[in-house]
Design a protein around this ligand. Sequence first.
Ligand code: ADP
Ligand code: MG
Ligand code: MG
Length: 209
Amino acid sequence: TVPLDLDFFRRFLDRATRVIVAESAYLTDLDAAIGDADHGANLKRGFTSAAEAVAAEPPATPGALLTAVGVHLTNTVGGASGPLYGTVLRRMGKVLGEDPVVEPETLGRALGAAVASVRRLGDSAPGDKTMVDALQPAADAYTAALPQGVVAALDAAARAAREGAGATVPLQARRGRASYLGERSIGHQDPGATSSAMLVTALYEATDP
Ligand code: ADP
Ligand code: MG
Ligand code: MG
C-alpha cells in the first residue's frame, strides 16, 4: 500500500494537471454542446496556474497543498466550475488539517465533506447532470471499498466517477448553463462530471509512484 503523504498529493496534482491539459479540447467540446465552450480552457488555465504557484511556494503538508490549489482555482478559473472545484479542494484541505501523512479514513471523510460542500454551494444533487453525478458516487464507492485497502478504494472511486459521468448523457440538466437548454441538454455528457472523473482517476493514479 501507499502512504498518503505530501508526495502522493503532489503526484495527484501533477497527473491532474497533465490530464486536464491533454483533454482540454475534449472538455471544451463537451461544453460547446450544452454550455459556452470554455470548460476545458477554464480548467487548463486554473490547473497550470495552480501547479506553478505550488511549485514556486511549496506547501508543507497535504492539507496545505490542496488548500493552496483550491484557493488558486477559485481565483483563476472563472465560470461556475472555478468556485465549485475551489470548494472541493479547500474543503478537502481543511479536513486533512496538518497531518503529514493522511489516514485513508480521513481521506474518505474529506471526499464526503467536499461533495457535501459542492452540493450546498451549487444547490445540486445527484441526477441534476453536474459534477455531483461523478463526485457523489466516487465518495460513496471509496467508503464502501475502503475495507479492501486504500488503493482498491481509490480504484473503485475512479471507476464510479467515470460511470457516473457516462450516466449523465441521458439526463436533463437542472443546474448550471446546460439547464437553460431544457430537454435539449439530453443526449450529451456533462463536461463538469467528465472533468471530475478525470480528477478522481488522477487521485487513483497517484497511488502508483
Ligand atoms: P460555466 O458554465 O460558468 O461556463 P464551466 O463551463 O467551467 O463553467 O463548468 C460547467 C460545469 O460546472 C457543468 O458541466 C457542471 O458540471 C458544473 N456546474 C455548473 N453549475 C453547477 C451547480 N449548480 N452545481 C454543481 N455543478 C455545477
Ligand atoms: Mg462553460
Ligand atoms: Mg463560462
